[in-house]
Write a protein that binds this ligand. Structure first.
Ligand code: AMP
Length: 638
């Protein structure tokens, strides 16, 4: 977390008490409340509780929130509540830094607008054919969600009119800045009606974003998520980064291999998910129940009583339903879905480590949620350790030892005479040894929950997703081929092994290549993208990060480029230099200017923001701009 972010979190300014209000209290319209009930959201997250009334009241807003806090609904719900359906011209525009986010946000709008007949949302992003977009725009839409470059193009071509715009949302402002879109964003702001409502969401507030807020927001209300300072020292906290394995498989491994396990609460985000996950765990032989706000008080109390008495070992709950539960035998809290904020996290993990006992809290975090994890660490002032998932062998060993314990106990405590004579009968009838018969019985006893953990064949997994009516998790969550998440735009930063997506959305491993043209030759990232895309016939989404150095540059491309493509790219020319494309071995650069940094990064200095991380030479990572900056003038809100 950056300084500005932590300052905000600790300032206490405009901090919102989460979960004390309901969606209905916030003043949302009935069709929207109905859609929220359908998707199973129980209560607003803290950013939603803070932002929705401000946006409904028509005020400008500066929201400090990152992905995972529920910020999409925080702006989508009030926009939808105020929409004039009869008027199919754009009333709201949401600008996002990436194509993926534009699609996600548009999908969220569609989900929340389920009961708004005739509602239309249109995602507009670079890379998609203009033909399709022009047709869709001509058909009309109430809400447009798009990336700045393409929106600007349509405004310039006048294929998009924002004359009737009421609300403009800038989503992930700091990411837009990092990706070099801020001038485009300002240009768009200047080409929208002055009386519009503007909301800016950003996880951090670098100077350039503050400036945008000052210039384009009119006395905005500031909303940030609440910081949690409660101490949770008695609890062992760890996280598993979702990768290589489906979350459910990871969960069962953890449940089976944790030696101090007694009982657990597993947190998920919605009521529907509590049922779904409880059913799946039950099918795998766990004694488990769901706990959510749809259950009446009596049913909830029954579940908690059973958990107390040992009739149940696991409860799958939402935040609200689990609030205040005091069951000393809860040894584990599992954050199956990451909480919205640090405060919710503290509430959740406080369900364990009670009455002086030890407790463990495990958090599942997808790669894109790692930022929220760091926010939680900062807010709770406690490190969250990286958890290495138990191996298959460890799980098998643990199951076998528990099985042996159960057999040993039955041998000493149970009256086995009847069963002994049964074995004798089987011995004669089947002509089998007692060992063989015991083996068959052991097999039957563990059939529901096998002692040996084996990776399921892919077809069985597919069947399982289908059985629960679930979309198959992305490849990186299923662990079928790659352990990394899809490559998200050009901001990922794992040199040499990023993952991109091919045209069917499958993951593609990226690797870093070096080319013999650098800043000294006057090259720009645009030249490089152009040459590689045109000469090598590669779609631009498969052209990743580009770093410019004095004498050479590096570019991330799929690691399995065909021989022909390699050959073409080796001999392609840019700025009168042959590229000589070759895998980058990370060797130090040929020339280092004396003093200071070896290579001046492209981008970072230009936007006046601190670089987020470093490249593998120890230099700051640059950020690529897709458009030339400074093309358009700027000015204040008109
Ligand atoms: P966002 O921060 O907008 O990316 O949202 C993160 C996730 O939280 C999305 O999957 C939403 O569906 C989910 N979500 C947002 N608000 C709520 C809520 N009030 N209750 C339950 N889930 C929510």
């Amino acid at each position: 977390m950056s300084e500005s972010e932590s300052e905000l979190m600790e300032s206490g300014e405009a901090v919102i008490e989460s979960a004390t209000v309901s969606f209905a209290d916030l003043g949302l319209s009935p069709p929207i409340l109905q859609a929220l009930a359908d998707v199973g959201y129980e209560t607003p997250s803290s950013i939603q509780a803070g932002c929705i009334p401000v946006l409904l009241a028509g005020k400008d807003l500066l929201g400090m929130a990152q992905t995972g806090t529920g910020k999409t609904a925080a702006f989508a719900l009030p926009i939808l509540s105020k929409l004039h359906l009869e008027n199919a011209t754009p009333q709201a525009l949401v600008l996002t830094p990436t194509r993926e986010l534009a699609i996600q946000v548009a999908e969220a709008f569609a989900r929340y607008a389920k009961h708004l007949p005739g509602f239309h949302v249109l995602p507009i992003y670079g890379g998609q054919s203009y033909g399709i977009q022009l047709k869709q725009l001509a058909r009309g839409a109430h809400v447009i969600v798009g990336t700045p470059g393409r929106i600007m193009d349509h405004l310039e071509r006048e294929s998009l009119s924002l004359a009737g715009l009421k609300t403009l949302v800038l989503d992930e402002g700091d990411e837009m800045l990092r990706m070099g879109f801020i001038d485009d964003v300002e240009w768009i702001l200047e080409h929208t009606p002055a009386e519009r409502q503007t909301a800016l969401f950003s996880a951090t507030l670098p100077e350039a974003i503050r400036r945008v807020a000052q210039n384009y927001l009119l006395t905005p209300e500031e909303v940030s998520i609440k910081a949690a300072t409660q101490t949770v020292a008695a609890i062992r906290q760890c996280y598993w980064q979702v990768s290589g394995l489906h979350k459910l498989d990871a969960l069962t491994r953890i449940l089976d291999a944790e030696s101090e396990f007694d009982a657990a609460i597993i947190f998920v985000r919605t009521k529907l998910l509590t049922e779904e996950l409880a059913n799946k765990l039950e099918a795998r032989g766990y004694s488990v129940a769901a706990l959510n706000g749809d259950m009446n008080q009596q049913a909830r109390e029954r579940v908690i009583e059973q958990l107390k008495s040992g009739g149940l070992d696991i409860v799958v709950a939402t935040d609200v339903a689990a609030r205040g539960i005091d069951v000393p035998r809860i040894s584990h809290v599992i954050n199956y879905d990451i909480p919205y904020d640090a405060e919710a996290y503290v509430h959740r993990i406080g369900r364990t480590g009670r009455a002086g006992r030890a407790g463990t809290a495990i958090l599942f975090a997808a790669p894109r949620e790692m930022r929220m994890l760091r926010t939680i660490e900062r807010a709770t002032r406690q490190p969250i350790e990286h958890l290495i998932l138990p191996t298959q062998q460890a799980v098998t060993d643990r199951r076998v030892s528990l099985f042996k314990e159960r057999v040993a106990q039955a041998l000493t405590t149970e009256d086995l005479d009847f069963f002994e004579s049964l074995v004798s009968e089987l011995e004669t009838e089947q002509e089998a040894t007692p060992e063989r018969i015991a083996a068959a019985l052991a097999f039957l006893a563990q059939r529901e929950r096998p002692l040996r953990l084996e990776e399921k064949p892919q077809h069985a997994k597919k069947r399982e997703y289908a059985e629960y009516g679930l979309p198959r998790p992305p490849r990186y969550e299923r662990g079928e081929r790659h352990e990394r998440p899809p490559y998200r735009g050009r901001s990922a930063s794992f040199p040499g092994e990023d993952v991109g997506e091919d045209d069917r959305g499958n993951a593609v491993v990226m690797t870093r290549y070096r080319i013999d043209v650098g800043r000294a030759h006057g090259v720009s990232p645009k030249d490089i993208v152009g040459a590689i895309a045109n000469e090598g016939n590669l779609p631009s989404r498969l052209i990743g990060r580009i770093d410019l150095y004095e004498e050479y540059s590096t570019v991330d491309l799929p690691n399995d480029l065909s021989k022909e493509t390699m050959q073409i790219l080796r001999s392609a020319w840019v700025r009168r230099r042959q590229l000589n494309l070759a895998p980058d071995n990370g060797a130090p650069p040929p020339r280092r200017p004396s003093g200071g940094r070896a290579h001046k990064p492209y981008g970072g200095e230009r936007f006046g923001i601190p670089p987020r991380d470093e490249d593998f030479h120890g230099n700051p990572k640059p950020w690529r701009s897709e458009r030339p900056v400074g093309r358009f003038g700027r000015g204040g809100k008109k």
